[in-house]
Design a protein around this ligand. Structure first.
Ligand code: 13P
Ligand code: SF4
Length: 369
C-alpha cells in the first residue's frame, strides 16, 4: 500500500551523519521520559542505536502495551507494528512512524475485502462456525478487526504454535474444525507441520483465483487453509543454499526464520523469530559456523557482535527488507525535532471502530502466549 511520505527538507537530507547524530541526541534528551523509541531487529544500526527497547514483533507489542508513561512512541519498524502499538496503548499516547512508506509487502497481500470474500465462499460450502481465523501480526488493522470479531486471534512468529494450538487443540480428532491462516502461507504451513499436521491437512487459498482456486472438497477436507502470501525477503532462501553451507561447513548450524519455505525449515537446525535467532547465536559455542536465514541487517549485526563465531547469511546474495530500510536517521531526526517543536509528525492512528475488534484479536494473542 502506498502512503504519502512528505519530502524532507535539505536541513535533513544534506545533514552529515555526525550532525544528525547530534540533533537526534539533543531532541531525545529534551523529550526525556515523554519519549519511547522502539526498534525492530531489522533496523539499520544508525537507527537501532537510538532505540530504548529492541525486540521482535511480540516483544515490541509487549513494550508498547507496558509503556504507560511515554506520551510519544516512535516506532522504528513498519506500519503494521505502529498500528498494533496504537491499538494497545492508551488514548493519551501517540504512536509515530518516521517514514509513512515503511509498509510490509506481505501485509499488503491480504486485503481485508478479499479475506471477507473468502470467508463468504467458505460459508457457502461449510459451517462457518467451525472456522477460526488467525492473522499474522504482519497485517492491516482492518484485518485484525475482522479476525477479532470472529473469535480469532493475531499471532507472531514467536507464538504462532501456541495460537494455532489454541485454535485447534481442543478440536483435534474432529475433522470439521478449521483455521484460516492469513497472510503468510509459510508461517502457517511450518507451524501446522510442527503441530503434527500433514500436507493433506492443508490447502492453499489464492485470492487471485475464483474461490481461491479450491473446490468444495478441498475446503471441506482441509484443517488449515493457508492464504497465498509470503515475505519476499524470506522466500528467497533455498534448499541449495543450505546444502552449499553444509558442504563448506560440515559442523556448522543453520538457523532460519519461520517465514522461510518449508523445505528450508525442514533442513535447518533451528527455526524461530528474530529474538529466537539472536538467542540461538548468543548460546552457540565459540568458533561455531552459523548460517542465518533472515534479513541482512540483523545478520550483519549478529556477525559484528560475535567476532568469535562465523555468522554468515544463508543467502550469499543477501536481501534487505526495503521497507524497514526506509527508516533512516534523517526521518528519525525529523519526527523527533517535530515533537520538540510541539508538532506530531506521522502519527499512526486506528479509528476506534476498527481498533475495538483488532484489540480483541491482539489481547487474545497476548493472553494465549
Ligand atoms: P519477528 O516477529 O520474528 O521479529 O518477525 C517480524 C517480521 O516481519 C519478519 O519478517
Ligand atoms: Fe514484511 Fe518481510 Fe519486511 Fe518482515 S521482512 S517486514 S515480512 S517484507
Amino acid at each position: 500500500m502506498i502512503r504519502l511520505q512528505k519530502q524532507l527538507g535539505e536541513s535533513y537530507t544534506n545533514a552529515s551523519p555526525q550532525e544528525l547524530d547530534a540533533r537526534i541526541g539533543a531532541a531525545k534528551e529534551r523529550l526525556g521520559d515523554s519519549l519511547l523509541i522502539l526498534g525492530h531487529h531489522y533496523q539499520r544500526d544508525e537507527v537501532m542505536k537510538w532505540a530504548d527497547s529492541r525486540g521482535d514483533s511480540l516483544a515490541l507489542s509487549r513494550f508498547a502495551a507496558a509503556s504507560n508513561t511515554a506520551k510519544y512512541i516512535v516506532f522504528c519498524g513498519v506500519h503494521f507494528m505502529a498500528e498494533a502499538a496504537d491499538i494497545i496503548t492508551g488514548p493519551d499516547q501517540q504512536v509515530i512512524l518516521p517514514d509513512l512508506n515503511a509498509g510490509c509487502s506481505m501485509a499488503d497481500m491480504a486485503d481485508t475485502e478479499d479475506v471477507e470474500l473468502a470467508w463468504e465462499e467458505f460459508s457457502r460450502v461449510a459451517d462457518i462456525d467451525n472456522f477460526v481465523p488467525i492473522t499474522y501480526i504482519n497485517s492491516a488493522a482492518s484485518l485484525k478487526n475482522f479476525v477479532g470479531r470472529r473469535g480469532g486471534s493475531v499471532c507472531t512468529s514467536s507464538n504462532a504454535r501456541a495460537v494455532l494450538s489454541w485454535a485447534l487443540e481442543p478440536l483435534r480428532g474432529s475433522d470439521s474444525k478449521k483455521v484460516l491462516f492469513v497472510p503468510d502461507q509459510h508461517l502457517g504451513r511450518n507451524t501446522a507441520f510442527q503441530l503434527g499436521y500433514e500436507a493433506r491437512d492443508m490447502a492453499l487459498y489464492d485470492p487471485r483465483l475464483d474461490n481461491g482456486g479450491l473446490d468444495e472438497q478441498a475446503i471441506k477436507e482441509s484443517t488449515v487453509l493457508l492464504w497465498k502470501g509470503y515475505c519476499s525477503v524470506h522466500q528467497r532462501f533455498t534448499v541449495d543454499q543450505v546444502k552449499s553451507f553444509r558442504d563448506a561447513h560440515p559442523g556448522g548450524i543453520v538457523v532460519v526464520h519461520p517465514e522461510c519455505p518449508h523445505e528450508v525449515v525442514e533442513l535447518a537446525d533451528a527455526v524461530g523469530s528474530t529474538d529466537f535467532i539472536i538467542k540461538t547465536i548468543d548460546q552457540a559455542p565459540e568458533g561455531t559456523d552459523i548460517a542465518v536465514g533472515t534479513e541482512i541487517h540483523l545478520v550483519n549485526r549478529l556477525a559484528n557482535e560475535h567476532p568469535d563465531k562465523n555468522v554468515v547469511s544463508l543467502d550469499p546474495l543477501v536481501c534487505p527488507c526495503s521497507t524497514m530500510f526506509r527508516i533512516d536517521p534523517p526521518h528519525l531526526c525529523w519526527v523527533l525535532e517535530g515533537l520538540v517543536e510541539g508538532e506530531v509528525r506521522n502519527r499512526i492512528t486506528v479509528e476506534e471502530e476498527v481498533a475495538e475488534g483488532a484489540r480483541l484479536a491482539l489481547d487474545r494473542m497476548l493472553s494465549i502466549s
